[in-house]
Structure formats: structure tokens, C-alpha cells
Design a protein around this ligand. Sequence first.
Ligand code: HEC
Ligand code: HEC
Length: 462
Amino acid sequence: MKRYFAFFVLLSVFFACNSYKDLPSLEFTNDWKVQRVPASQQLTGGDPVAGLEYMTTGDYIGSGVPLAAFKRLPKVKDTILNRSGVNATFPIGIMAFDHANGTKVFSGNCLTCHGGYIEGQYIEGLGGLEQDFSKDRSFLFKLLDAKVKMKFKEGSKEREAFEIFSSINKRAMNYIVTPFKGVNPAFRLEETYVMRRNPVDLTLKEEDNYELDKHTLASDVPPWWHIKKKNGLYYNGMGRGDFTKLLMQASTQGIKDSTEARAIQKRFVDVFAYISSIEPPAYPKNINYDLAAIGRPLFEKKCSGCHGTYGAEETYPNKVVSLDVVKTDPYYARNFSTKKHLADWYNESWYGFSSPVSEVIPLDGYIAPPLDGIWATAPFFHNASVPTLEGVLNSTIRPTYWERTDQYNYQKLGWKYKQKEKAMSKKVYNTTIPGYSNKGHYFGDAFSQEERLAVIEYLKTL
Ligand code: HEC
Ligand code: HEC
């Protein structure tokens, strides 16, 4: 037994090692500067209240860990969602639900990653980066697997309710260890969830559909109040067409097939209604409106062309900006645009061919996001590499190595951080690693410091 233990540990370490040699080529030139993402038809008319309830108690992950595997589960008081039953004592990011065979199981839910806090205050729709994905969880999933197998007989309902969740996650954990805390590998999870699914009916198969490089792709978590304005989801705007389908991608973690997916998609009309109902939070401190009035025309001159206008006349141009122009780290965009593994799978799959149709169209660029509630969404850029908004507008002050604290800086708009000499621990964001660079977006560099502070003051009003 001891020997096996060592074997497992070695294996986990082997898979966790990041190697950079198989990265997609980061050299390229685009023959376009900006592409507008057209609007697509959406399924409106859902019920936001039912959507939140389904999102935090529903069966859309399909399978999970049988509750009965544990004699006692840790209890917390959920004062945010006020759910009932077992869910009343689970953290907001965990939920219990019934597997199709009647077994009570639990799993994570959307709020595992999308439930964000600032200084202890829950902010609806804000993404959170508190989870530490630099910890290798593959061993944990192996232990969980062993526990369930020991407790329940082969052929039991509990084993059936656990099987897909377990097999998919055990593999996925090998691909998602991030080089440090403070980034979220959700898309790499998705890439591994569908790696062994038949595109047509979403059932599991034996062989991989494609290869993934071992360098962990991870990003920031965008706030949900953007999706009212965005025509293309995700940092590169590649999520097109029907949003209910794009929103339910986490289901590929544990569902059996496309028959289950279809039933879930119908419920996601409500989830989409809930997410679309979320408003950006108002800046909670005092604003100097005289200074903001100086910042506004500067913003409209230098920034609105990409980010839109705010206030009485709202506009949002939905622009994907070429990597040549924005110059932020190319790895994320190139991961999807060069190999097209995920796009090819998705577009041929149930998600792509059955109505309502959705699509993945990766481009070599990033979408210029709406800036509503921007005061709350630090760190910035798709890879969460810049801790403050002041740093977004002044590239010379961006720290190379930084460690986030739990305190928010309401003046510079972002996380208070400690600047480091090098990456001493996994708590330190290391911008020298491919995919995590803090370069690019030099559009605020030409401002004088006075102008910059005026623009920041204006951004607090959005
Ligand atoms: C493991 C963490 C994780 C889970 C679980 C998760 N998400 Fe996300 N979500 C992310 C990350 C990270 C992104 C950014 C992905 C990107 O753009 O590359 C994202 C992007 C999104 C977006 C696009 C927002 C935009 O502005 O483009 C929506 C909408 C969304 N998620 C909804 C959901 C819903 C609904 C669920 C539950 C069914 C869910 N997510 C589960 C991490 C997660
Ligand atoms: C040419 C188009 C363009 C212009 C001009 C532009 N931006 Fe951006 N902006 C982008 C793109 C694209 C991104 C996303 C980059 C990324 O995530 O890698 C971005 C990101 C940002 C972010 C970070 C958003 C987040 O949630 O992480 C902020 C803040 C921002 N821009 C503010 C401004 C301000 C203020 C100006 C004016 C000085 C400006 N931008 C000018 C295209 C532009």
C-alpha cells in the first residue's frame, strides 16, 4: 500500500509539471485591427428567481459525490442564498442535488468561481480568485474515488451517481494546476471535460479527441453584469450564438449524454435571465464629481472608441481588438486560434448543430470589455496580471512580481499588493511566465498623472 502511495504522489507531480516547449507559436501578424461581434438571437423571457435557484440547487452537473459517503459533512451557515435542506449548511459554491437515479450527490456550482467578495462583502455577479488552483488536487480526487469505492458496492446506485463525475475530474486535475494562486483554469477544465466526449451525443468515449499542451491556461473571472452588453462571450469574444448553451458548459463535467443536456438547456433560459438581471455594484465611497467631469471627455476621446460610452446615452461597440493592437499577452488567444481543437469539437457537437445553435469563433485578439462596475473587478486584463486600475493606465508602474492582500484600494481601484523581488512562493503572481505577462494596452500611458487621476475618478461613476 505504501509503495502505491508513493507511486500516486510521483504521478501527480509528473503531471503537474508545467512545460513551455509545446506552447502554440506566439508569433503572428493579423491583417485586421478590429472586428465587431454581431448580435445573435437570444432566448429571453426566463424567470431570474428560478434561474438563481436552479443554478445553486439544480441537477445540471449530472453526477457528483454521494452525500452518504460521508458520516458527517462540515457545516457552515449560508446567509447569502438562504437555501433550504442540506444546502442551508453548504458554502454558496457547493450544492447538493438528486442524480437521475435518485441518489443525493454534491458538487461545485457556478458560484464556486463566480461568487466574489471584496473585504468580506459578497458582490453579486463578481468573479472570485480566492481559490488556490496552484494546489494539485489530483491526489484528492483519487482518495475520494477510493473512499466511494470502499463504501459502496459495484453496481450500486451510489457508484452509478459518482462514476462520470469521478472519471472526468480525475483526469482533468492533471491539466489545471496553475503556476501560482490568483488565476482560474476554467477553460482548461472545459477542454478536458470534452476531450473524451463524442461531439454528437456527448457520451463518453475511450480515446482523446485532441491533445492539450501541459502549460496550464488560466485567466481572470469576468463579472456577470457584462453579458447584457456583450455579443460574444469570453475574453476573446469567441462564444457566439445562443447563450443558454454557452452558459451550461460546466455540465460536461458530469452529465451522461445529450438527452440530459437538452433538459438542462431548457432550464438555462432561467439561468440566463438571472445572469442578465445582475446590475453592476455602485462605487461605495465618495466620488469627486468635479474631477470626474474633467475625466469624462478624456475618456470619451481616448477610450470610448473601444469601450463605449456611459450615462444617459449608453453605447457599446463589441469590438475584438487584434493582438497586434492591444499587445496584451497572446497565449490565451493563440491557444484557441492556432489549434482550433475546442472550436472544432464545439462547432461539430450537439452545442453547435442542434437548435438553439451556439458557436465558438476564436480570433487573434481580445474583446474590449464594458467598463460598468470596473472599480470592483481588479485584478485587470484577461489574465488578471495587473492589480490596480492605475496600473492599467500607466504601464510603467505595473509590478513584475506581486502578492495580493485582502484589502481593497478604493483610490487606485484594485487590490493592495506587496511588490516582490522574485517569485518566492505560489502566492506571488509571476508575470514572467508565458500566458501571464502584464504587457500591452498602452492607451493610458500618454496621459499626464493629473489626467490619469481624473479618468480614474470618472471610471468610479460607471
Ligand atoms: C471553475 C470555475 C468556473 C465555474 C465552475 C464556472 N465558471 Fe463561468 N467562467 C469562469 C471563467 C474563468 C470565465 C472566463 C472564461 C474566459 O473568458 O476565458 C468564465 C466565463 C463565464 C461567462 C462569460 C462572461 C463574459 O463576460 O464573457 C459566463 C456567462 C459564465 N462564465 C457563466 C457561468 C455559469 C452559468 C456557470 C455555471 C453553470 C459557470 N460560469 C461556471 C469560471 C467558472
Ligand atoms: C484599441 C482599443 C482600446 C482602447 C483605445 C482602449 N482599450 Fe481598454 N481594453 C481594450 C482591450 C482589447 C482590453 C482587454 C485586454 C486584455 O484583457 O488582454 C482592454 C482592457 C481594459 C481594461 C481592463 C478591463 C478588465 O476588466 O480587466 C480597462 C480598465 C481598460 N481597458 C480601460 C481603458 C481606458 C481607460 C482607455 C483609455 C485610456 C482604454 N482602455 C483604451 C481595448 C482598448
